[in-house]
Design a protein around this ligand. Sequence first.
Ligand code: AQP
Length: 355
Amino acid sequence: MSAFKPLVFSGVQPTGNLHLGNYLGAIRKFVALQDTSDCIYCVVDMHAITMWQDPAELEQSTREVTAAFLAAGIDPAKHIVFNQSRVMQHAELAWVFNCVARMGWLNRMTQFKDKAGKDRENASVGLFAYPTLMAADILVYRATHVPVGDDQKQHLELTRDIAQKFNNDFSSRIEALGCGVEMKVGEETVHGFFPLTEPIIEGPATRIMSLRDGTKKMSKSDPSDLSRINLTDDADTISKKIRKAKTDPAPLPSEPEGLKERPEADNLVGIYASLAEIAREEVLRQFGGQQFSVFKPALADLAVEKLAPIAGEMRRISADRGYIDGVLRDGGMRAGALAETTMKDVRRIIGLLGD
Ligand code: AQP
């Protein structure tokens, strides 16, 4: 092989309350990338269980995230959609990566610190090892690109570190078995088995913030439902949440510099820009000098126009459980075949005897 074939991989946890941040930061990009690349999109149920999940709700959320993928426009015939636990090679490679990654690397992960909070001793081992499973999700397909929100940047850097260490540790074996690929690392051309995957984090909405507190990420687990716009919210609920969104008393500025120190205003302008697919500057050209009493209804109309059709389609697809399960089963088989091809080589590279 002389270069890695471009391949997109990404995942979303089935932990309930899919929201506008998940949509703008991730799912909408998944849809756009289908036109230019082969894509694998995964409902990462094994990541979800790093925190307690009610089993029946986990099943329901797995189907709901799948319905959101399909409602947003992901085509499961052209690309692959499946739930992670169907493909056991993710867990197998994660174990290998647990033995490649260093404790110090994982100790630096801010998501673990945020999620474990003060009760670190009581967090699951799985939550600590979450990033090695994420690296395995990506690298078991030797994926070259991962569209994610800004909060996943550090995990993607770790994925590259793991790939690089694996490539270095086993370089002579990879060469002897002839299963490496040439790749550019800076100015150097090196030989390795795993690609150094690139994150795709771009656009005006890489981190959507809570509608109640512009310094906190919009999140599924925020106890306040008013903090987020759920993908299942109806038009009235979307409008109400935007109307109630926290703001400051000043009018909108005419330039982005004027949004500094105004996190809530900055967030709403970013959401508008992202939904309308225009730059922040353009939003401020239209609304600079206006009060929120003018801007919020315009934002609500835009959000309803873009999101209500997805919510409707999600409801329609969710009613057909057999269809969703069929998509996941078929995707799981196709993903499993690809993952096994990688794992056959990985086992040989490491020296784990198989058939
Ligand atoms: N607020 C956000 N802005 C932009 N992108 C976001 N993403 C999540 N929140 C935002 C992106 O959505 C994708 C799927 O996320 P996930 O479900 O795998 O994990 P998460 O980041 O833990 O989601 P939440 O909503 O923040 O859940 P909790 O409350 O459990 O922490 C990822 O690409 C993520 O970057």
